[in-house]
Design a protein around this ligand. Structure first.
Ligand code: AGP
Length: 615
């Protein structure tokens, strides 16, 4: 979860690297550091805390001019966030600087070997071993930093993106990746390497997608990519489909507010081009139709918010296709010995495409012979590359750590997959599929309506500022929405929040209720599956009878809840299965506003990072 930037070209490297780190700070902000090569001398600056601390240091102790440099913003795994543990790390001779994202799992034995060999390691990090290994390897490699990197990578176990510079090769930046993100930006007479295209998007939108176990040599006018054995490899070029302004706040105080507001467009963009003129679905999944007709089980795997989208998918896919569908936390999936085979379709949902738990689940599923479909928001990321097929969401860059538009577009994407399966397999009559697709196509408008009516939610959030606990309950697809609302509150307001299947309250959790406990209730449409609706109205009465403060999300016109709602939040009428697309939004706003009222850093909450690239 760290942010990495490398640059070589004609510009002042420091300016490019720090600008890139600003765009990557969402990946981790425990410390930051930079290194440049100037007149064949390596110079580094690093400081604990957010990037602003490093910028203060650079103001006080400026770096010399240089056109080759690297930078890092850290999410600590080994070693507390202090100056000594900040990256870059340097070898004994002060010749080589290296930055790292991931975990070097055999660092302890390597550290012991290096110390025994006379190296002086002065940090508690796993990364520092790479600096000293490079120091030894570059001598053996006759001065070739790339050869040294290949030799060192062959000794490392675990997940790593490494980027290094060498004072004796002032026009070169060398990178390597295994199980951790790295992408190349191709400029005009300049080259970039970074964890995410956001770091160099203001300079170029031309990028190269890198594969597993690869070493990259960047010079101002050349890129050379090999495998760890030194064999040249082909890499895929792509053009980033959003611009630098999309990665900025666009006039909003917070990235999260911007991304909440972008949801109508994000939902519309995710549908764009995927619905044919006659209302049929056109998904280029990259999986043959006969393979889709042969599926006898679907397993959805993801983490966090993406997992909640997967829970919603289960209801939709089973209802539309009658294919058994399991939903598994990626961090549990491969350790429970799941039953997978060539007729299993595993759907891996990930906004970043770099979540290690989900990536490991994808690998395991493919080893077991299952086909894997990735649902992802990040072009060029690892999970889609290692899957059999991918359906991209088109939410645009999501910078705030708390996921919002990624969630709603993930839900849209899994609906599309479920409907497409029904269409291809004939599990649903064509007119039924087309009717649901028409409803889906109207959701951007309904999402917009919700956004226009959330001001009372902001006021309510401020009233809840001092609450110590908030419960969320829902039934059917409202249950994953309840879990998602609770997660938002935990990660942003740092307060206890818990989501429950409403029917479960009476089996224990209702004992949590005290007079005034806020309980958020997601009420399904009274139309269609009204039995669920009536039962949750009973649940509202149960909690109200025990003094709860009831905050009810219900659709326009549903009068049955009015007598029991202390606060009533209205959402547009829509089919039960599609309701999460509108019911989740007030919960996002509630959490964002409550965290703001508490004075928290909403875009970069404590202890979190946007992409969890360690297991
Ligand atoms: C949700 O707000 C969090 N950012 C987190 O739960 C996130 O959804 C999870 O880490 C999965 O990330 P991914 O979608 O990038 O794989």
């Amino acid at each position: 979860m760290c942010g990495i930037v490398g640059y070589v070209g004609a510009k002042q490297a420091l300016e490019v690297v720090v600008s890139g780190l600003r765009r990557l700070e969402y990946r981790g902000y425990d410390s930051a550091g930079v290194a440049v090569v100037s007149d064949s001398v390596l110079v580094t600056r690093k400081r604990a805390g957010k990037l602003v601390n490093l910028e203060s240091l650079l103001g006080a102790e400026p770096l010399p001019e240089s056109t080759t440099g690297i930078g890092h913003t850290r999410w600590a795994t080994h070693g507390v966030p202090n100056d000594a543990n900040a990256h870059p790390h340097v070898d004994c001779s002060g010749r080589i600087a290296v930055i790292h994202n991931g975990i070097i799992e055999n660092f302890a034995e390597l550290r012991a070997e290096l110390s025994a060999g006379g190296h002086s390691l002065d940090s508690d990090t796993d990364t520092e071993v790479a600096a000293h290994l490079l120091e030894e390897a570059v001598e053996r490699a006759g001065g070739s930093l790339a050869d040294a990197m290949r030799a060192v990578c062959a000794r490392l176990e675990g997940a790593f993106t490494l980027v290094a510079i060498d004072s004796r090769s002032p026009d070169l930046v060398v990178g390597a990746r295994r199980n951790s993100p790295l992408v190349v930006g191709v400029g005009d007479g300049e080259m970039f390497m970074a964890s995410d295209v956001a770091a160099f998007i203001e300079y170029t939108r031309d990028a190269l997608e890198l594969g597993q176990d690869q070493v990259i040599e960047l010079r101002a006018d050349s890129v050379l990519v090999t495998d760890f054995a030194g064999n040249p490899v082909e890499v895929r070029a792509f053009r980033v489909d959003w611009d630098a302004s999309a990665a900025e706040k666009g006039g909003y105080d917070l990235f999260m507010l911007k991304e909440i507001a972008e949801q109508p467009k994000a939902v519309a963009d995710t549908l764009l081009g995927r619905i044919g003129p006659n209302g049929e679905l056109r998904l280029d999944l990259g999986l043959p139709e006969e393979a889709l007709r042969d599926i006898d089980k679907v397993v959805i795997t993801a983490c966090g918010t993406a997992y909640h989208a997967g829970m919603i998918a289960k209801y939709a896919i089973e209802h539309w296709t009658r294919i058994p569908c399991e939903v598994e936390l990626a961090s549990e999936f491969r350790y429970r010995d799941p039953i997978l085979g060539r007729r299993t379709l595993v759907i891996a949902i990930s906004q970043s495409g770099e979540t290690m738990d989900t990536l490991m689940a994808v690998r395991y599923a493919r080893e077991q012979g299952a086909r894997v479909l990735a649902i992802c928001n990040t072009n060029g990321s690892t999970i889609p590359r290692e899957s059999d097929a991918v359906l991209y969401t088109h939410a645009g860059p999501e910078v705030a750590v708390a996921s919002t538009k990624a969630f709603t577009t993930q839900v849209v994407a899994v609906y599309l997959v479920g409907l497409y399966l029904a269409q291809v397999r004939g599990d649903k009559f064509g007119d039924e599929v087309r009717a649901i697709i028409r409803e889906l196509a109207d959701m951007p408008r309904k999402v917009d309506i919700v956004l226009d009516t959330v001001e009372p939610v902001r006021e309510l959030a401020r009233q809840l500022k001092d609450a110590t606990s908030v419960l969320f309950i829902g039934r059917h697809v409202g249950f994953p929405v309840a879990l998602e609302g609770a997660l938002k509150l935990k990660e942003l307001a740092y307060m206890h929040a818990e989501g429950f299947a409403a029917g479960e309250l009476k089996h224990g959790p209702i004992a949590l209720l005290e007079p005034g406990t806020p309980v958020v209730v997601i009420v399904p449409s009274p139309l269609g599956r009204s039995v669920i609706h009536d039962k949750i109205v009973s649940n509202i009465q149960e909690v109200r009878a025990r003094g709860a403060l009831t905050i009810v999300i219900a659709e326009e016109g549903d009068e049955s809840v009015e007598a029991w709602a202390d606060h009533l939040i209205r959402v547009p009428v829509c089919p039960t299965l599609l309701q999460p697309l509108v019911a989740t939004i007030p919960l996002q706003v509630l959490a964002c506003e409550l965290a703001t009222a508490k004075g928290h850093d909403v875009d970069q909450p404590r202890n979190l990072a946007k992409s969890v690239t360690v297991e």
